[in-house]
Structure formats: C-alpha cells, structure tokens
Ligand binder design. Structure first.
Ligand SMILES: [Zn+2]
Length: 59
C-alpha cells in the first residue's frame, strides 16, 4: 500500500490550511422588497424568487 514516507510537520499542514477559510454567503438585494437576501435563494422576507411568490412568510 502507498504510504507517506515521512511524517508531515505541523508547520507544513498549517501552511496548507491557511488557505481554508469560511466564505461569507454572497448577499444581493431582493428585487421584490429590497431586503438583503442570499443569492440564488428565495427571499426570507417576502418569499419571492424570480418574480414569483414561493411561500408566504409568517407574521
Ligand atoms: Zn424580498
């Protein structure tokens, strides 16, 4: 079985992982109500996506 020949140092792993980071979701302004919403998702405020209502929000 192929195996690593040498143990990878903590520093080497850490250097690779400096590039891993959480990305903020890309937010856009809702075309229907003007609230900020996550791109490619129905608006949580008004339930609209692509000009059509997909659900009616509570309250
Ligand atoms: Zn909206």
């Amino acid at each position: 079985m192929p195996n690593p020949k040498r143990r990878m140092s903590k520093a080497r792993s850490a250097k690779r992982r400096t590039h891993y980071k959480a990305q903020a979701p890309s937010m856009v302004v809702c075309n229907n109500c003007g609230e900020m919403k996550v791109n490619h998702r129905a608006c949580p405020e008004c339930g609209f996506y692509n000009g059509r209502s997909h659900f009616t929000p509570k309250s």
